[in-house]
Design a protein around this ligand. Structure first.
Ligand SMILES: *Cc1c(COP(=O)(O)O)cnc(C)c1O
Length: 368
């Protein structure tokens, strides 16, 4: 069988959740499992997320999957309802919605729960990201209206630059959020809660965690911030993406490799063909620093990627005096090679690589 596999280490996920909670000891934690848990398989990840206080998803379909998988604690739809039907479904089924624009507000005001309900609304404030949310000038009357018909409220907002601690916009967003939150506590209800921090905020802005934090990428073991690695934050890779050497060739000086003949041997050398390509989710466009690793006699050996990554295969240079042979196991990212490096070579972020791994490799879950 073609040896291309994804292993999801649920103990690493549980470990990272524990680390996130240590960073935010006084807040409740929403584990972000949108986009099928950043590509890891949301339902399959639930056993490792039992100590989370809630789950965050993008939309109703994702929430339904989690309820069907047996999750009983709160689920929050970060984009809220997309229709009146969805809004009413959420109310009757105890799903919590973000309300971020006028149409959703109308649904909430005109179709409240029939009985008094303790399902809160996550009221979205735009503090400068300019993606979703009500402006600071309009939020107070909205909060008053929602509160008057019985909805508990959680004020929420999202950072645009939390990965760069000193970015000037962070302080502006924090200031705006906290000013509005205290206004709502004074003028609407002292019970209004707040939620501002994603993973980067959890690490960089410990003083501003309020009632709920929303941990995403750090749970999956990639770094949320620019200046510290996952290892420095004591986060463990959850996904291990692997394949193996399916052919070995000797090349002469001047021989070219792969589509477009992009790589040419400057001396006689040995190359290996690895059984993974962009149809499995390895990015096609990577720069010349890119490598994969093999673990031989407990030592990690780097094998530079040469030539274009193809649909089903990629090619690597086999360094002289290493024991890389046919069938040697290769890791593309995981515990031996941080995904953050691969993201850098591909001019993207770990989030995107994780989400784009396909169903084609063999998937396994471990929890020890
Ligand atoms: C995805 C998301 C998060 C989690 O972000 P990470 O950077 O992965 O921690 C938090 N809040 C909102 C609104 C999100 O959409």
């Amino acid at each position: 069988m073609r040896n291309t596999h994804v292993t999801i280490d649920l103990s690493a996920l549980a470990h990272n959740l524990h680390i996130a909670k240590q960073h935010a000891p006084n807040a409740k934690l929403m584990a972000m499992v949108k986009a099928n848990a950043y590509g890891h398989g949301a339902s399959e990840c639930l056993p490792a997320l039992q100590s989370a206080d809630a789950l965050g998803v993008a939309c109703l379909a994702e929430a339904k999957t989690l309820q069907q998988a047996g999750w009983k604690k709160p689920i929050i739809l970060l984009e809220g309802a997309f229709s009146l039907d969805e809004w009413q479904y959420c109310l009757t089924n105890g799903l919590q919605c973000v309300v971020h624009h006028a149409e959703q507000l109308d649904w909430a005001l005109q179709h409240p729960a029939k009985q008094p309900s303790n399902t809160p609304i996550w009221l979205k404030l735009n503090t400068g990201m300019n993606r979703l949310g009500f402006g600071e000038a309009e939020i107070l009357p909205i909060a008053k209206q929602l509160s008057a018909i019985g909805y508990p409220l959680i004020l929420t907002s999202h950072f645009a630059n939390a990965d760069i601690k000193n970015h000037p916009q962070n302080q502006q967003q924090i200031h705006c959020f906290e000013r509005i939150l205290s206004e709502l506590k004074q003028q609407v209800s002292p019970k209004v809660e707040g939620s501002l921090c994603n993973s980067a905020g959890i690490v960089n802005f410990t003083e501003h965690q309020h009632d709920w934090v929303r941990a995403g990428i750090m749970l999956y073991g990639a770094t949320p911030i620019g200046n510290k690695s996952a290892e420095q934050l004591n986060l463990r890779a959850v996904m291990r993406f692997g394949a193996s050497i399916m052919a070995v060739h000797e090349l002469d000086k001047g021989d070219c490799v792969g589509y477009g003949s992009r790589w040419q041997a400057t001396e006689p050398c040995q190359i290996g063909i690895v059984s993974v390509g962009y149809a499995d989710g390895y990015p096609r466009v990577i720069n010349d620093n890119a490598y994969v690793v093999a673990t031989l006699n407990e030592k990690t050996v780097r094998l530079p990627i040469i030539g274009r990554v193809a649909m089903d295969m990629l090619m690597v240079a086999i360094p002289a005096n290493t024991d890389v042979t046919l069938h040697t196991s290769i890791q593309l990212w995981g515990d031996k090679l941080p995904i953050d490096h691969v993201a850098d070579w591909n001019a993207t972020i770990s989030y995107e690589l994780l989400c784009l791994v396909t169903k084609r490799p063999t998937w396994r879950y471990t929890f020890d």
